[in-house]
Write a protein that binds this ligand. Structure first.
Ligand SMILES: [Zn+2]
Length: 59
């Protein structure tokens, strides 16, 4: 069963793998072009940093 978040917790998407994250629990984050992106792991962050436009542009 898929349960939507019914709490007032802001959620963000890891742009690399698409995982939903609670920003407060994200492993790491990265500033890019004035926005903050959150990642489930440093591996995802490294992929994003290498080619940010690849992940931002597909959304
Ligand atoms: Zn990820």
């Amino acid at each position: 069963m898929t349960t939507m978040t019914d709490e007032a917790v802001p959620t963000v998407t890891d742009p690399v793998c698409g995982m939903w994250l609670d920003p407060a629990r994200a492993v790491t984050s990265e500033q890019h072009d004035g926005d903050t992106y959150y990642f489930c792991s440093s591996d995802c962050r490294d992929l994003f940093v290498a080619e940010p436009q690849r992940y931002i542009g597909t959304i």
